[in-house]
Write a protein that binds this ligand. Structure first.
Ligand code: GLA
Length: 733
């Protein structure tokens, strides 16, 4: 890892272990993007600016200034002075002008990695070899008196580059930030394809790869959360990119609210790739002396396909983003009562579930929605976080004690950001719900959203949640968020500041979770949003695991988990064994397949275990043993995608290899059976070629070389939805 600045030549060079990022100055003032790709020692890339040195030459080369501005590969493009592509920054002054030109004004190299105030941020790791360095490049608009700091952080042990932007008003007049993205990158097109993730409730993060055509290709969320529908991830890949081949330029956003990700291909075959806060409805007022920090965007380049990109993200998030003490620990196997009982439960029923759970080797009972206020359905009581003593007749403390006495931990569900119209909280504080004056509030799942831009609301919400946690031995919280934001605005913001609303809301959520972790450092937090509507890197800073999707059907989960694993470590994916037929899609699948797919994440159950047959109980005991046997490997190992059901329509396969390559777990799911087929060759990955691996439970021994090049022969399994777990263990090491 090194950051070098060649002042004479006006070149900035960032080197990670395998990549180089080069920027250069044209005419001593315009900061241009030169190169991002395979690591190089050489920094002499000035010619890539396509510009000679003096302003006259620069403009002549491009015929005149406007042509220069509209074609130069800017490192952080602005609007109003001739660059007509979508900008990184658009700023309005008090006179209503949206004209800006940023000139280079200096740089600084910092040891380490600055944190962001009130927001998630990557950090230098605590271990030797995990240090970080940061390059800060300062740009200025002397007319606006606006200072922009571009931050680039790199790590000793990782190839990612972290970018964020700071705007400082150094003048006497207000400035209005209408668009301030975290990262932009101008490149020559290389016949790129564009990969993004799309879906909906119960079908999150399906991978889509399409050819990048001319024009602006924007994905984003204006729903107040990162959302089920699109994901804050974008990659450009060269033609034919696979797991092992092709160049990949990826961006992922460490943020949980409205975002934009864009690839714009222009008539010169230049691509501008950008990511940041969604500008729709956004405006931040920068008063004299004030500063604004953007969230962080992660850039990853891979010269060898999607596999290395994925593993770079995984190790970045494991070593430099997730703070939880549970990150490297086996999480308790849990039973969640939601799909077992929905709202129809009481203390005795929960204790009966816990008793059965204990016999099966389950370690924690999670009491889901319905334990508070008068909540017997989803139409009331959100916000009234006091235990419903008609259901939990013994009281919460006693219930937790009963469950603890059985040897199980206890976890609880909250939806702290919400209020039901039929709730004591709403009756007392109707103005705390987000609303636009004079309009009917838009209902979503029978509920409104609390205005977390107001500190008194944040404080109230915090106290109501924290007092429940203080009242009993609660070791886990599932933090849910079940609707999107509408009727945007706050009684706490004046008209001039109303554009700050959506970002301030997210800051309110972050503040709440930060306070929770400060007061309850031992709490295991799992984020959730109607399934995986807020499964993003921002939330991982607060919770080491996130509920991946409400759809637990193992076949639906194949594509959901494949998309999620594309950048998030397996240890972050909430995954449970569901009831059969599945409640979301009605599919009937073998219990083994439901379990093997769930073993790829945090493990648990979400079905009425008191109704299992004896055979199913035996199986569950076995699955729990498998979890204990394999979870260290799954959680800490390197992930390889071997085959994708999304692509082949037949079967899915992924593999985890221990860091020392002495063992590997392969999960194979055969979605469809076909007659008259040969066994399949699964070409494994990540093994040591010279090591011989024995397939657990057999006498079969294979060299790593053979398994990776020729493949493992997987017999067809009769019937649909069959699956296998294959555990390979090194023999001669
Ligand atoms: C959301 C969650 C579910 C469950 C319900 C309860 O949909 O994703 O797991 O907690 O809310 O209402």
């Amino acid at each position: 890892m090194e950051i070098q600045v060649f002042e004479q030549e006006g070149i900035f060079q960032l080197n990670t272990e395998h990549t180089t990022y080069l920027m250069g100055l044209a005419d001593g003032k315009y900061l241009g993007h030169l190169y991002y790709g395979r690591r190089m020692q050489d920094h002499e890339g000035r010619y890539l600016l396509r510009a000679k040195d003096s302003a006259q030459e620069v403009y002549k080369r491009y015929r005149d200034k406007i042509n220069f501005m509209d074609s130069f590969h800017f490192e952080y493009p602005v609007s109003g002075t001739g660059d007509f592509r979508d900008p990184g920054l658009r700023v309005r002054d008090e006179g209503g002008y949206r004209v800006c030109e940023l000139h280079y004004a200096g740089y600084e190299i910092l040891d380490g990695k600055p944190a962001l105030k009130g927001m998630p941020a990557t950090f230098a790791g605590k271990q030797v070899g995990q240090a970080a360095k940061t390059l800060v490049i300062v740009l200025r608009d002397e007319v606006l008196k606006l200072k922009i700091e571009l931050r680039y952080s790199i790590f000793e042990d990782n190839d990612a580059i972290i970018r964020s932007v700071v705007a400082v008003n150094e003048g006497e007049k207000k400035l209005y930030l209408e668009r301030i993205l975290s990262a932009c990158m101008d490149m020559d097109n290389d016949g790129f394809d564009r990969i993004s993730l799309h879906g909906c409730w119960a079908r999150e993060r399906h991978i889509q790869a399409v050819k990048l055509g001319q024009g602006r290709h924007v994905i984003g969320s204006v729903r107040g959360e990162s959302s089920h529908y699109v994901h804050p991830f974008l990659a450009l890949t060269t033609a034919g990119t696979s797991q092992k081949m092709g160049e990949v330029y990826a961006m992922n956003f460490i943020y949980s609210g409205n975002f934009l990700a864009e690839a714009e291909l222009d008539h010169r075959d230049s691509v501008r790739m950008s990511m940041g806060l969604h500008p729709d409805g956004f405006e931040w007022v920068l008063a004299p002396g004030e500063r604004f920090e953007t969230p962080e965007a992660v850039l990853v380049y891979s010269a060898a396909g999607l596999g290395p990109m994925t593993r770079t993200f995984h190790s970045l998030y494991r070593n430099h983003l997730i703070r939880s003490k549970y990150l490297h620990k086996k999480r308790p196997i849990l039973i969640n009562n939601w799909e077992a009982t929905y709202f129809d439960f009481d203390d005795d029923k929960l204790v009966a579930i816990a008793e059965q759970a204990k016999k099966l080797g389950i370690e924690m009972l999670v009491m889901d929605d319905g334990w508070f206020g008068k909540r017997d359905g989803d139409e009331c009581a959100l916000g009234d976080w006091t235990v419903n003593e008609n259901k939990i007749r013994c009281g919460l403390k006693a219930l937790v004690e009963r469950v603890n006495a059985l040897g199980l931990k206890f976890g609880i569900w909250f939806e702290p950001e919400m209020v039901s119209p039929d709730s004591d909280l709403y009756r007392a504080h109707p103005d705390w719900a987000i609303q636009a004056p004079g309009r009917e509030l838009t209902m979503g799942r029978h509920q409104y959203v609390l205005d977390l831009t107001r500190q008194e609301v944040v404080d109230y919400v915090y106290e109501s949640v924290a007092s429940v946690i203080r009242s009993a031995n609660i070791e886990y919280v599932k933090w849910d968020m079940n609707r999107q934001l509408t009727d945007l605005g706050s009684f706490g913001l004046d008209a001039e500041h109303m554009g700050e609303f959506s970002h301030r809301y997210v800051l309110g959520v972050y503040q709440l979770q930060e306070r929770l972790l400060q007061e309850f450092p031992d709490l295991l937090l799992e984020n959730c949003s109607g399934g995986g509507g807020r499964f993003d890197a921002g939330m991982l800073y607060y919770s080491p695991q996130i509920w991946t999707s409400d759809d637990m059907d193992p076949i639906e989960r194949l594509s959901i988990q494949e998309g999620t694993e594309l950048m998030y470590p397996l240890s972050t994916m909430g995954a449970h064994v569901c009831v059969c037929p599945n409640h979301s899609v009605g599919r009937v699948t073998p219990m083994e397949t439901r379990a093997y797919v769930a073993l790829a994440g945090t493990f648990g159950y979400e079905l009425d275990i008191t109704k299992l047959t004896e055979e199913e109980k035996e199986k569950a005991i076995g699955f729990n043993q498998l979890y204990h046997r394999y979870n260290d490997l799954v959680r800490e190992g390197e992930y390889y995608r071997i085959a994708s059901y999304r692509e082949n329509g037949m079967y899915d396969c992924w593999q985890v290899v221990s860091q020392d390559r002495t063992e590997s777990l392969v999960t194979y799911v055969q979605v469809r059976f076909e007659t008259d087929q040969n066994s399949r060759r699964l070409k494994l990955d990540g093994l040591d070629p010279k090591t011989r691996y024995r397939l657990e439970g057999t006498q079969e021994v294979y060299s790593g070389e053979m398994l990776m090049n020729a493949g493992f022969l997987q017999e067809m399994i009769f019937g649909d939805y069959g699956s296998r777990l294959l555990h390979f263990v090194a023999e001669n090491r």
